[in-house]
Design a protein around this ligand. Sequence first.
Ligand code: GLY
Length: 252
Amino acid sequence: MKAITRAVSSAMHHCELTHMDRQALDLDRARQQHEAYNQALRKLGVEVIELPEQAELADSVFVEDTALVFDEVAVITHPGAVSRRPETASIAEALEPYRPLRHIEPPAILDGGDVLTIGKNVYVGLSSRSNRDAVEQLKTHLQPFGYRVHGLAMGQCLHLKTAVTALDDQSVLLNPDWVDPALFEGYAIVETHPDEPFGANVVRVGRHLLYGAAYPNTQASIAALGHDVHTVDMSELAKAEGAVTCCSLLFN
Ligand code: GLY
């Protein structure tokens, strides 16, 4: 498995914030946490391709929003935040050796953080960053490969994957205040602990899970189900409204 990541931008303190107040951000600490994240991926057997810093692009560490990588094709997004659109060119260049590329075009907007893929189901959160035009364009790009694309209403959080991610192909971890569990009928549902609203974001790395260290109660629930959970401290990156899925593009 490979992961594309990108070094933390020196301008990260100017990042986009939608549902959070701005807090002082310690850049050195953010860089240390990001390096520990890369190391955690390597320990789980992932080949990490770390792209150089894009100093002028504040949110560019959050590579997840710039592309969706499927086995058959990669889709370069058109991010919802104007400031983030210049991030996609270098990601397209990085993905080109690995996949044929498709592109989301205006009037569609799409952030990868709004796209949760479980098997052949592609769930797209209709957030402030992603719209129905993107759902239609994704259908055009992905239906030929057998994917089913679903647009989902969601609550007051940045991205769909702030609210829900998959623990495996049969179960999801979600915060019921931000996404309706009924939308995931047919999956086993694990809810975040009430004190840990941001605890629904987990990265699947093969049969392992990479998870933020700030959610011990939810982590205990996941581990009790037999999942192999590895934690990383994302506290500084979280001040920029980022979480574990945001920092990598994982693919086989
Ligand atoms: N700060 C991450 C984002 O708003 O996209």
